[in-house]
Design a protein around this ligand. Sequence first.
Ligand code: TMP
Ligand code: ASP
Length: 237
Amino acid sequence: MKRLEQLYEGKAKIIYATENPDLVIQYFKDDATAFDGVKKGTIVDKGVINNQVSTKIFQYLEENGVKTHFVEQLSDREMLVKKLDIIMVEVVLRNVAAGSICKRLGIEEGKQLEPPTLEFFYKSDELHDPMINDSHIKTFNWATEKEVEILRAQGKKVNELMVAFFKQRGIRLVDFKLEFGRHKGEVLLGDEISPDGCRLWDMATGEKMDKDRFRFSLGNVEEKYQEVYNLVCGQGK
Ligand code: TMP
Ligand code: ASP
């Protein structure tokens, strides 16, 4: 499947058309941004790592009954996916307090959240992805009530599956963000699942292995992405 014209360029990926109108190619870049594009940089080979890690996780989720946009990995940086009409609602699942919930609610970082929380954010860099609720989604027609039910159910299911997946690999899944889209009447999980959109802590040492290393200039960014790659995609896994 060959790349045709560029349809869209985002902060971390470029979307290309293919000869099949139902399929597009996601090209993973090394560009990294944080704080809604305010901080910009490069994480060397991030695109290659995020493509492989996302492939492995999408395959695992599909095997466990989650419908995703994943079709196949085409090359180091290219993934063939179903073309989605993206739902403008980001779904964030949290198992451990970190990031914005600590600031917003005064919760101490590292606190186990039981049960895990699910939050909705409006996908808009300009507005800094504001937190929203079901009533906003309904009023502004971002998704139907049925779709919101699917976002909640799939978010919860993906969280349970991913907690187990990372635990087996010695990683604590702190939180992550999901995006969904419509395709031929179905709601599919889209985007990517990688250290860019997840908080991942080493279970043995508590060390951060995700984009927080870039956000907060903690150093060893490439090394930690590589470690996640090795644990997720390494031999015997
Ligand atoms: P937050 O603590 O900043 O709300 O982020 C929660 C999780 O969602 C964290 O794993 C990072 C991820 N995330 C993104 O992938 N993209 C975003 O734009 C934001 C705000 C968070
Ligand atoms: N993905 C967002 C950005 O680029 C926010 C973040 O990850 O911190 O800026």
